[in-house]
Design a protein around this ligand. Structure first.
Ligand SMILES: [Zn+2]
Length: 413
């Protein structure tokens, strides 16, 4: 059993400390962990003897994954662009031809809330089947008042109607929508719409916890991002950012200045940025699925970030354009082979540090007393086999608040 005990967030050498307990057991009371220890210790307790018993048969148990960066609600895949990318078109070339995010925007605006919900629910079942118990979800494929609210309301409904926890993020500043691009000062006018129409409605109905901005070449500038994140904060939304993915803009320095919860991507960070991440509470969230899917050679400098003392987290970036996967085990495999993280570091980055990136480290992300009994069980003999067997799902059971929400019908090996 990997407990990840000892509090978060994890930096540097502590990222490798999984709090491993051989022949471990835990006692769950009312969805919360009451005791953790070895099986011998837990079985001695009178309450444990009277409890319903679930034998995991010597498999590996760990905290359910906390996926702190997803674009959960979208209408359809962009498989048609996949072939263009393989043929050599860049992400930005596709975007200029009306593909990319704007392609997803058109599809989302045309879709009904019921259609979107059905797709998102199916995805959440798949997240659970891969060991994930908490997901962050961003808007950002609506880009008008009605469509953004449609997505954010779905986050709220999904959080209430299925077992996974959904942390809602407003990403109205994903890109400037088509209808504003033709106008002079289009970006400024669009930001005004976010400030005056969207943020007040989001705050009134409590539709989001976080405000995110895609601050990059072809999206929003650092100055515009600052304006959006400050407006979000005025309405009670904590800032987080898409930063330094396509180009080094200084977005991550802004994020740290604004005490953003997390800066995500970071493929293009420079030495100064890396050092700054070592001294901040802002999480450095890495999304290697994105680089893998786009066939890019340059991944984020995970080793340098870890050595500088940054709080490194891993997430899927589940989205139809650049990272169509909801498998955290696959992200762990990429973290090991491409980011050169160890299996232990990758697991800590996808659990306790992911929880920290969602401000949920007191409730989820480790198996400790008084935390939610969110547990992923893998059909492996050694935790290192979770990333080692890439592209195959060995998740045998997932529990959320002590209840099984996924169980493999057949042995996975
Ligand atoms: Zn993203």
């Amino acid at each position: 059993m990997l407990t990840l005990r000892g509090g978060g967030p994890r930096r540097g050498a502590s990222l490798s400390n999984l709090g491993l307990v051989k022949d471990g057991a835990l006692l769950v009371r009312d969805s919360v962990i009451a005791t953790v220890g070895t099986r011998a210790e837990v079985e001695k307790l009178p309450e444990a003897r009277a409890a319903e018993k679930l034998d995991l048969g010597g498999r590996v148990a760990l905290p359910g994954f906390v996926d702190s960066h997803t674009h959960l609600v979208h209408a359809a895949s962009r498989a048609e662009e996949y072939e263009l990318k393989i043929a050599g078109a860049s992400y930005e070339e596709i975007a200029r031809k009306g593909g990319g995010i704007l392609n997803s925007v058109n599809k989302l605006r045309a879709a009904t809330a019921d259609e979107l919900k059905k797709r998102a629910k199916a995805a959440l079942r798949q997240f659970a089947a891969h060991g994930t118990t908490t997901v962050e979800a961003k808007s950002g494929y609506g880009l008008d008042v009605a469509s953004e609210l449609k997505i954010l309301k779905l986050h709220k409904e999904l959080a209430a109607q299925q077992p996974l926890e959904v942390a809602s993020t407003f990403l109205g500043a994903h890109v400037v929508p088509e209808e504003f691009r033709k106008k002079a000062d289009g970006a400024e006018r669009y930001i005004k719409l976010l400030e005056e129409s969207l943020l007040p409605a989001i705050a009134e109905h409590k539709l989001a916890e976080f405000c995110d901005v895609f601050c990059d070449r072809g999206a929003f500038t650092v100055a515009q991002a600052k304006r959006v994140l400050q407006a979000g904060r005025q309405w009670g939304l904590a800032p987080r950012m898409h930063a330094e993915q396509l180009s080094r803009t200084g977005a991550s320095q802004l994020g740290m200045l604004l005490r953003a919860v997390s800066c995500d991507h970071l493929e293009q960070v420079n030495k100064k940025d890396i050092q700054a991440f070592g001294k901040t509470e802002t999480v450095a969230t890495l999304l290697p699925g994105c680089d893998f899917h786009l066939g890019l050679k340059k991944y984020a400098p995970a080793r340098e970030l870890i050595e500088a003392g940054a709080i490194v987290a891993l997430a899927t970036d589940y989205n139809p354009g650049t990272s169509p996967t909801l498998s955290m085990p696959m992200i762990l495999s990429l973290a090991c082979t491409q980011l050169r993280m160890t299996p232990a570091e990758a697991i800590a980055a996808a659990t306790i540090n992911g929880a920290y990136a969602l401000r949920r480290e007191k409730r989820v992300g480790s198996l400790e007393v008084n935390k939610q009994a969110d547990i992923a069980v893998f059909e492996v003999a050694d935790y290192r086999e979770i990333p080692y067997y890439f592209g195959v799902n060995h998740c045998w059971m997932t529990l959320k608040r002590g209840r099984a929400i996924h169980a493999a019908n057949e042995p996975t090996t």
